[in-house]
Design a protein around this ligand. Structure first.
Ligand code: SF4
Length: 458
């Protein structure tokens, strides 16, 4: 008994030690490090890009109601006609960035938000018309979309299927009524289940459910019910996002009383419960926080070592430039990141005045590129092949990362990481620490002010 108590105590103290603020590393450097742009970096970045193909991302910023936990760039409105105006501006941006796809295959499209389900069926049909007018989507391209299940019905899904969407994602978040009320997102689980089954019978290639752990009033008990409901729907993929509590940046999060939020130890228990529950019924774990059935393309890519990470999370597409459209959308072309204006009026005004939509961004240095490869490999595969990094970047890994390796010594002692002459490996059982581990390779996390911009790693 004493031994079990000691082990539990050690686990708790390890979580406390490493539950510090850290980025989610959908990019390196992270978007918070982007700087104001004097000129549009994309034309020059295109000249050095070696990507043979292109992915498109379209941001639809509107939502009908505000979920209090939300950290997305969104505009809450009930005026659907605002989307008509927005689509007109999107077309102008499509035109201005069409040169970025010239001579290259367009292999995927992703619609995110806000909530793309804010658009009516007619607006979706028009948006697809615009996309096809300005870009040639490859036959077999992956067309994916995020949906708020509260706004849609089966007919809506049928329209999306007719338009060619192949992968859909529903925000399930949490099925407990008390949690839903606290986060201002009350939704019916049986309605979502109906949509999932309809999507499956319509023949979408992949159906995804998003869950969030760490929300106010969540407990192991309530989250067990959410997990059980998810299992009953058996989606092809599950995303298990950690709630990012940043009340200084997102005012609505101030509505949550501190005592209703799970502690880091409780969050770790919620995460571990989900991992155990989903992997025990055949889901493969992907990176830090995704699951996929073994027949799903994401699981296949993981097993072939071809998983990548971009601003939308884990992806199969590593050989593409990403072109973002719409307010706050981020593009990655060659070695440059560029983010559109985050404010809708400014986005419109830039287009009206024939200015580039990109307002901030970054051209990656050689050091950024090396660290990006290391962090991406850890986030996707839980391992870094030192020899591969050495041969790609012409460095001596242990010398180049002497300081990071020094900083990892304590984690090694705590059995969170294995370091050999050839590899750095994170054991599967402690993958929850991966953000904290990646942070050791981040050259920008050098001030407490920088750190406080990110949510807790656990
Ligand atoms: S969580 Fe989604 S639907 Fe809710 S406010 Fe944020 S973007 Fe809108």
């Amino acid at each position: 008994m004493t031994n079990i108590n000691n082990l539990q105590q050690k686990a708790v103290s390890t979580i406390t030690k490493y539950a510090l603020n850290a980025p989610r590393y959908t990019s390196y450097p992270t978007a918070l490090k982007f700087e104001p742009l004097q000129i549009d970096p994309l034309p020059q970045a295109l000249n050095i890009s070696k990507a043979p193909a292109v992915s498109l991302y379209v941001h639809i910023p509107f939502c009908k109601t505000l979920c209090y936990y939300c950290g997305c760039n969104k505009i809450v409105t009930r005026h659907n006609e605002k989307a008509d105006e927005y689509l007109d501006y999107l077309e102008k941006e499509f035109l201005s960035k069409r040169y970025l796809t010239d001579g290259r295959r367009v292999v995927s499209l992703h619609l995110g938000g806000g909530s793309p389900s804010f658009l009516s069926e007619t607006q979706h049909t028009y948006l697809m018309y615009l996309l096809k007018k300005h870009f040639t989507l490859e036959v077999g391209a992956e067309l994916s979309i995020e949906l708020d299940p509260r706004n849609i019905d089966k007919r809506y899904l049928q329209n999306l299927k007719c338009l060619g969407y192949t992968r859909i994602s529903f925000g399930l978040q949490d099925t407990d009524y008390n949690v839903q009320k606290t986060i201002n997102r009350v939704q019916s689980t049986s309605h979502i289940a109906d949509l999932v089954f309809e999507a499956r019978s319509l023949g979408f290639d992949s159906v995804n459910l998003d869950l969030i752990y760490g929300l106010p009033n969540q407990s192991l008990d309530t989250f067990s019910s959410t997990i059980a409901a998810t299992k009953a729907m058996m989606p092809d993929r599950i995303s298990l996002f950690s709630y990012a509590h940043l009340p200084e940046r997102f005012a609505a999060q101030r509505k949550f009383a501190d005592e209703t939020l799970p502690t880091s130890e409780e969050k770790a228990s919620l995460y571990n419960l989900a991992v155990k529950s989903f992997t025990s019924i055949g889901y493969e774990m992907i990176g830090l926080d995704h699951f996929a059935l073994s027949k799903d393309a994401l699981a296949i890519a993981k097993n072939q070592g071809e998983l990548h990470r971009n601003f939308q999370g884990y992806t199969l597409r590593g050989d593409t430039d990403l072109i973002g459209f719409g307010v706050s959308a981020i593009s990655t072309v060659g070695n440059a990141y560029a983010q559109n204006a985050k404010d809708l009026k400014e986005y419109y005004s830039r287009i009206d005045n024939h200015l580039p939509c990109s307002k901030v961004g970054l051209s990656l240095t050689v050091d950024d590129l090396i660290r990006r490869d290391v962090i991406s490999s850890l986030m996707c595969n839980l391992v870094v092949n030192k020899l591969a990094i050495e041969s790609k970047h012409h460095i001596k890994f242990d010398e180049y990362f002497a300081s990071a390796l020094n900083n990892l010594a304590e984690m090694k002692q705590d059995s969170l990481i294995e370091i050999t002459s050839e590899h750095i490996r994170v054991p599967e059982s402690v993958r929850i620490y991966i953000r904290a581990i990646c942070a050791r390779f981040d050259a920008y996390l050098n001030t407490s002010e920088t750190l406080s911009s990110y949510s807790k790693a656990i």
